[in-house]
Design a protein around this ligand. Structure first.
Ligand code: ZN
Length: 153
């Protein structure tokens, strides 16, 4: 049964919110989890939202993340909006995130989360997309070359 299968596909990990993120462990694309429903690739967080609220979403309705973690499928972290709203919300929450900000800095808590995601089995590429930091930076953090004093515990 699809619903039972779904709950075997994520692992809880602490994130920016008080409740843990449910990080999708199967296939991801640009940081978002995907699952196959009757042969069609469906976004895992969208599926999770529809399942928990017991309603179907219309086209153009986006399921957004309060936790800014695309791979998260915890229905408590999801809400419906438009793509524009998503970008505005992100800005409101943290005006300085994003790779375009030349002063983007990693924090200790981010570095801890990077280590956690790595232990959960995410690839360096997936982590770099999740946290919007370069692949090289993630690689250096995971090898201990940078931020070596933090190990994610
Ligand atoms: Zn989350």
């Amino acid at each position: 049964m699809l619903v039972n299968r779904f709950d075997k596909c994520w692992k809880a990990a602490s994130g920016p919110l008080s409740t843990p993120c449910h990080i999708w462990q199967r296939s991801t694309r640009r940081g978002y989890g995907y699952l196959s429903v009757r042969g069609t690739a469906v976004r895992a967080h969208r599926f999770s939202y529809e399942r928990s609220r017991r309603r179907r979403l219309r086209l153009g309705q986006f399921v957004l993340h309060r936790c800014d973690t695309p791979a998260c499928v915890n229905p408590k972290h999801l809400y419906v909006g438009t793509q524009t709203k998503n970008m505005e919300d992100r800005k409101a929450r943290n005006p300085f995130t994003g790779s375009r900000n030349p002063f983007a800095k990693l924090t200790e808590s981010k570095v801890r989360q990077i280590h956690q995601r790595r232990r959960l089995g995410l690839t360096l590429r997936e982590i770099s997309e999740l946290f919007e930091v370069s692949y090289e930076t993630v690689k250096k953090i995971c090898s201990g070359e940078r931020w070596g004093h933090i190990h994610g515990y």
